[in-house]
Design a protein around this ligand. Structure first.
Ligand code: IYR
Length: 223
């Protein structure tokens, strides 16, 4: 592969009027600012077509050398969710019971999290996100992936935004370590668990921690 293998096509960029651009960006922000990480999920089923479309949106993420180094496992089977809960709670017991340094536990205190993860069984859908450390080319040879962390992170962000805009709540869950997902979901050697996304409706009486978000001017510099 070299430069001569590149082939191009017209972009067909959809130009918008500046007023519409500002309006769109403000509406997107107004929607996104209502997103909250939820830890109390209803057992109510969700329209799986929404999840499928959100995964399609995730798959539009830019990626290093367009390697698209992600794999998603959508889990709705009650048995499998129960197995994931058992395995995650085993790790979390060790985490909260001594493995995590006090500094980390202090940082988590405002969130009220602990080793109990009932949402892993109660939420209708879990999406296990895997990062492919390398791929295979047409001849079956190992092909290096580039910026896989960044690429999978961007895809995950698009997935979360799409699910939120569609009316579903999510929890970015990182049982630590989460190698058990690799075995339970029978993923190949080259994949690493990246994140477990819990998806569903919040419980009617769901509460979320009182937190605030930093103002854009506080985390941005214009020069
Ligand atoms: N994985 C643990 C701990 C945890 C860590 C961070 I960083 C959080 O933002 C929240 C929780 C758990 O899920 O409880």
């Amino acid at each position: 592969m070299n430069k001569s293998s590149a082939s191009f096509q017209p972009l067909h960029f959809a130009h918008k009027h500046p007023e519409e651009m500002v309006d769109q960006s403000a509406r997107f922000y107004d929607q996104m600012r209502t997103r909250r990480t939820v830890r109390h999920f209803s057992q109510r089923p969700i329209p799986m077509e929404v999840v499928e479309n959100a995964l399609r949106a995730a798959g539009t993420a830019p990626s290093g050398a367009n390697r698209q180094p992600w794999h998603f496992v959508v889990i709705t089977e009650p048995d499998l969710k129960a197995q994931i809960r058992t395995a995650a709670e085993r790790e979390e017991q060790a985490f909260y019971g001594g493995r995590a340094p006090d500094e980390w536990l202090d940082a988590l205190a405002p969130l009220g999290t602990d080793e109990h993860k009932p949402f892993l069984e109660e939420a209708p859908c879990l999406i296990a996100i895997f990062l492919k450390r390398y791929g295979t080319d047409r001849d079956g040879a190992r092909q290096k992936n580039y910026y896989a962390m960044e690429s999978v992170g961007i895809a995950t962000g698009l997935l979360i935004a799409s699910l939120h805009l569609s009316g579903l709540a999510t929890l970015t869950h990182t049982p630590s370590p989460m190698q058990f997902l690799h075995a339970l979901l029978e993923r190949p050697e080259e994949e690493r668990p990246y994140l477990l996304l819990v998806v569903g409706y919040p419980q009617d009486d769901a509460q979320v921690p009182q937190i605030s978000r930093r103002a854009m001017e506080e985390f941005t510099q214009f020069r």
